[in-house]
Design a protein around this ligand. Structure first.
Ligand SMILES: C[S@@+](CC[C@H](N)C(=O)[O-])C[C@H]1O[C@@H](n2cnc3c(N)ncnc32)[C@H](O)[C@@H]1O
Length: 271
């Protein structure tokens, strides 16, 4: 699959899941976004670029802390951006503008943002160094570039059970893209290779207990796995869901079904 085909597939997947993205069970995106104002050390007047803004979970969390500033969000998926617009409107935020744009080809050539953020977006591209350099090229000297990914053990053991079982249905899952950047060491190496200085990393637990196994199914259905389960026939899908949710229910404790998620943040400065 070439670069354009991969991008078209990603856009289609996110257009499909946009409506349910961030729904009940997927609060980890919100929990992660809640850390951003502190990671970005926001003062309240900045103009920030949010790359791969999706449904605007990070962008709105940041915009709420910018009484005199604003956020410009970009994303490939019109479906995700439509949700972002609705989210900004429902929060009464007038300081967000959103654009359909490829993060590998960010416009605003003459604009130099005070800072940039990319939550759960870097790992979609094989060349994360070039991407980070491209994002940094739109930030003023001395400005911060923040990125966030999942920690290595996120979604375990649920995701391992899911991948093991779907293989029994003859589906070969591709490697999990977020595992390309899931440790503090990898972030330090990436930021150094992109020429960013004063690199700091931090990790936060953003997991919780799900009410039931159905909530885990929503993570699959509205998260990155729709493309895989969509390959099953209707009958197979029903059987797969029943078998998989039975093994997820078996993980249940007195508090619910654990969902282990760690968010890893990195920040660096443009020279
Ligand atoms: C996992 S979501 C993260 C959304 C958001 N940052 C958040 O924290 O909830 C990843 C987003 O990256 C976007 N994306 C993937 N490849 C992209 C590209 N080449 N250019 C712009 N956006 C892209 C997808 O459309 C999707 O909305």
């Amino acid at each position: 699959m070439d670069d354009q085909q991969r991008k078209a597939q990603l856009k289609k997947t996110f257009d499909t899941v946009a409506e349910g993205y961030g729904s009940r069970g997927m609060e980890f995106f919100h929990n992660a976004a809640a850390h951003l104002p502190r990671v970005l050390k926001l003062q309240g007047h900045e103009h920030l670029l949010d790359v791969a803004t999706g449904t605007g979970i990070a962008a709105t969390a940041i915009a709420l802390h910018l009484p005199h500033g604003k956020v410009t969000g970009i994303d490939l998926s019109e479906g995700m951006l439509a949700q972002a617009r609705a989210r900004a409107q429902s929060l009464g935020l007038a300081n967000i503008e959103l654009h359909a744009m490829d993060m590998q080809d960010i416009g605003f050539d003459n604009a130099r943002f005070d800072a940039a953020n990319c939550s759960f977006g870097l790992f979609f591209l094989p060349d994360m160094t070039s991407l980070l350099q491209h994002i940094a090229s739109r930030v003023k000297p001395g400005g911060q570039v923040v990125a966030c990914s999942f920690t290595q053990d996120s979604f375990a053991p649920n995701v391992d059970l899911f991948l093991e079982r779907i293989q029994r249905y003859g589906i070969a899952p591709p490697p999990l893209t977020w595992k390309n950047i899931c440790t503090e060491e990898q972030f330090h190496t990436l930021y150094a290779s992109a020429g960013l200085s004063d690199v700091e990393t931090q990790r936060h637990d953003v997991g919780y207990f799900l009410n039931d196994a159905e909530a885990w199914w929503r993570v699959i259905w509205y998260g990155g796995f729709r493309g895989l389960v969509a390959q099953l026939s209707e009958t197979q899908l029903a059987q797969f869901k029943q078998e998989h949710l039975a093994e997820i229910s078996a993980l249940r404790t007195g508090q619910g079904v654990p969902l282990n998620v760690g968010a890893l943040f990195a920040s660096g400065r443009v020279a």
